[in-house]
Design a protein. Structure first.
Length: 361
């Protein structure tokens, strides 16, 4: 059976980093017999330019037909002035919603080779390996009513943070199962001291815990969780939280590992279909320069192989190849020590490819 993969490079550094990830997929096909068919589509600002919409019907059709989607990044200053519905971010949010990708897995793993790149002391982050499970199709990102109203010349803007029991239970199950496969520790993050939606969140998670006696559930308020993440991040194994808190905490967790340029993500539906993307953005400031770190996107390919294609061996090969490129001392500017020579996007991608190819012999 041939797996169909839709590649959506998007904007900014998206095309540069995705090119390196595609190179890895093609290598797996040529040298390791991976049965994949790769198609390309447009999303975000690139799609707006080409088709007048950040999520054209054609892209949605291709995404629905694919077994998995690999996405670069969307957004840039060029499109910031557009009406909200036309902005690149709507393309990404639309894909998540239309494909029902409610479970967002964001691993924060510190490569031992990069311990010195973290802004925290090496002893605080050494060995860090945590997983954030973020709810991705609900909460304040999608809640209604939302909008801006005019009250006698004074504008008031509003959004709604909303979760149903069913939504909470669904993401809760993914989190408990993830924790079960790891160390058996799950921390749920909310703001139950202030928000009703968080009170319900906590109640549902607590009830679910009865079904997972092998998992230890704890709860933290989000402000405390943010503090604990920089104070003692290794106390965490799996964190489960809502859309907004997960957005914030995952950037923070990423930085513990040295660079947001290292972290992949998976966004999954209820049947194993997924979209895979680096958690960093389109980085317009460095777009087109060939200096972006392609490793988060390459590691997203590994997650794609594992979660949507069931190709665990290929996934592990890709992860080993990334480790080998780091062992050789290659560093893009975001992870390079001050005063050392930095590698470019293509050079890093080529090093991972070479390390992968070496595994074929
Ligand atoms: C992320 C991003 C997106 C989000 C933006 C680009 C809409 O920050 O994937 O974390 O907020 O979810
Ligand atoms: Mg984010």
């Amino acid at each position: 059976m041939t797996h169909r993969i839709l590649v959506l490079p998007g904007d900014g550094i998206g095309p540069e980093i995705v090119a390196e990830a595609v190179r890895i997929l093609e290598l797996l096909r040529a040298e390791f017999g991976l049965a994949v068919e790769i198609e390309e589509g447009k999303v975000g600002g690139a799609a707006y330019e080409a088709a007048g919409s950040p999520l054209p019907e054609e892209t949605l059709r291709l995404a629905r037909a694919a077994d998995a989607v690999l996405l670069g990044a969307v957004g840039g200053p060029r499109w910031e002035g557009l009406a909200r519905e036309l902005r690149p971010e709507r393309g990404l949010l639309g894909l998540r919603a239309e494909l029902g990708l409610f479970a967002n897995l964001r691993p924060a793993l510190l490569y031992p080779q990069l311990a010195a790149a973290s802004s925290l002391r090496p002893e605080i982050v050494a060995g860090l390996d945590l997983m954030i499970v973020r709810e991705l199709t609900g909460g304040i990102y999608f809640g209604t009513p939302r909008g801006v109203r005019d009250e006698g010349g004074v504008r008031t803007a509003y959004n709604t943070m909303v979760y149903s029991e069913a939504e909470i239970e669904r993401i809760g199950r993914v989190a408990f199962e993830t924790a079960r496969r790891r160390s058996g520790r799950l921390c749920s993050v909310d703001k139950a001291n202030v928000l009703e939606v968080s009170e319900l969140w906590r109640e549902v998670l607590t009830a679910l815990a009865a079904e997972f006696p092998d998992v230890t559930l704890s709860h933290l308020y989000v402000d405390n969780a943010a503090m604990q993440l920089v104070r003692a991040p290794k106390q965490f194994d799996v964190i489960v939280t809502g859309n907004l808190f997960g957005d914030i905490l995952s950037d923070q967790a990423a930085m513990l590992t040295g660079s947001i340029g290292m972290l992949p993500s998976a966004s999954l539906d209820a049947h194993g279909k997924g979209m895979y993307e680096p958690i960093h953005g389109s980085a317009p400031d460095i777009a087109g320069r060939g200096t972006a770190n392609p490793l988060a996107t390459i590691l997203s390919v590994a997650m794609l192989l594992r979660h949507s294609l069931g190709e665990e061996e290929a996934a592990a090969r890709v992860e080993r190849a990334v480790g080998a490129a780091l062992d050789q001392g290659l560093r893009t500017p975001d992870i390079a020590a001050p005063g050392t020579r930095a590698a470019g996007t293509r050079e890093m991608g080529a090093a991972v490819a070479a390390a992968l190819r070496a595994q074929a012999r």
